[in-house]
Design a protein around this ligand. Structure first.
Ligand SMILES: NC(=O)c1ccc[n+]([C@@H]2O[C@H](COP(=O)([O-])OP(=O)(O)OC[C@H]3O[C@@H](n4cnc5c(N)ncnc54)[C@H](O)[C@@H]3O)[C@@H](O)[C@H]2O)c1
Length: 274
């Protein structure tokens, strides 16, 4: 069902790799809600992924390669996006995460610091770059909405989430700090959505993913939030219905973050002890 919540809005969506990607679902939903947008991903992901299929399904959205750690790439992305969309940008989704330490299975206590820097640079500082470049180039409309995706490992320990936990803590902090400045400059909103475990390329790359997916699903009174429902939440955050929400980390997790124990998990443990 479409409410045309984004009718007439122009956006940039980073991070759609394949149909499992959260950004992919956001793009489909944003298109259905009447937005026009460009799609961006790292040049290597454009070669490996299926983004052109998504672009075709979204009214032939233009695909623009940009490594989110490169200021030059971001400048070109903004210039081209404003050109093809015909004006300033109303919403940005940062749906980007990567940790070489996670990929290579290097334990947190034995970290490789070059990798650690890359995790922070790609997964968190890129969000700062996205906003800093947008501010310098005066890309955002008054009241625009900027979102990034986070995970509760920023607040609580999930040992195998590795250095991505530190990257998410930094990402959420950058959302608050930059949110202040963009709010003052142009009433721009900046928030992070802290999403349930979701079966995507980045998600399933984390060791033990299946176990904590199941655990979260059993603990959360509503169960895990799907990528589709995350997309719904992103649309509301891009819309004019949330113009006074900023600098928040918004849990979108079926109640996981506030639940201590659930009957489902008690039953599981009792089965185990019987
Ligand atoms: N899947 C989960 O369980 C889950 C839970 C909470 C939050 N998140 C977050 O959601 C976001 C999207 O991840 P996803 O789960 O959809 O997985 P995904 O693998 O589909 O998306 C990650 C994206 O990051 C892009 N990327 C990596 N390096 C980049 C760079 N240098 N420049 C530009 N783009 C780059 C990848 O190409 C990919 O498109 C990430 O921030 C992730 O941490 C995921």
């Amino acid at each position: 069902m479409s409410y045309q919540l984004l009718k007439g809005k122009r956006g940039i969506i980073f991070g759609a790799l394949d149909p499992n990607s959260i950004a992919w679902k956001v793009a489909e939903r944003a298109h259905a809600e009447g937005a026009k947008f460009t799609l961006s991903n790292a040049p290597i992901a454009l070669r490996m992924g299926k983004i052109n299929e998504l672009a075709a399904a979204c009214g032939n959205a233009e695909v623009i390669g940009a490594d989110a750690t490169s200021l030059e790439d971001l400048e070109q992305l903004y210039t081209r996006s404003m050109e093809v969309l015909g004006g300033k940008i109303d919403f940005i989704l940062h749906s980007i995460g990567m940790s070489p330490n996670v990929r290579k299975g290097i334990h947190y206590t034995d970290t490789n610091y070059d990798n650690f820097h890359k995790s922070l640079d790609i997964s968190a500082l890129s969000f700062h770059r996205v906003m800093q470049t947008a501010l310098k180039m005066d890309v955002l409309t008054e009241g625009a909405s900027v979102l990034a995706l986070s995970y509760i490992a920023a607040q609580r320990v999930f040992p195998d989430y590795n250095d991505m936990a530190d990257a998410k803590a930094l990402l959420e902090s950058i959302a608050r700090s930059f949110g202040y400045h963009l709010g003052k400059a142009n009433k721009v909103r900046v928030n992070t959505i802290s999403q349930s475990p979701t079966r995507t390329t980045a998600g399933t790359g984390v060791k033990g993913f299946d176990a904590f997916y199941e655990y979260a699903d059993k603990l959360s009174p509503l169960g895990n939030a799907s990528a589709e429902s995350c997309a719904d939440y992103c649309i509301v955050m891009f819309s004019d219905l949330t113009r006074m929400v900023t600098m928040q980390n918004l849990f979108h997790d079926g109640g996981f973050s506030y639940t201590g124990i659930s009957q489902d998990l008690i039953d599981e443990m009792q089965k185990f002890n019987a």
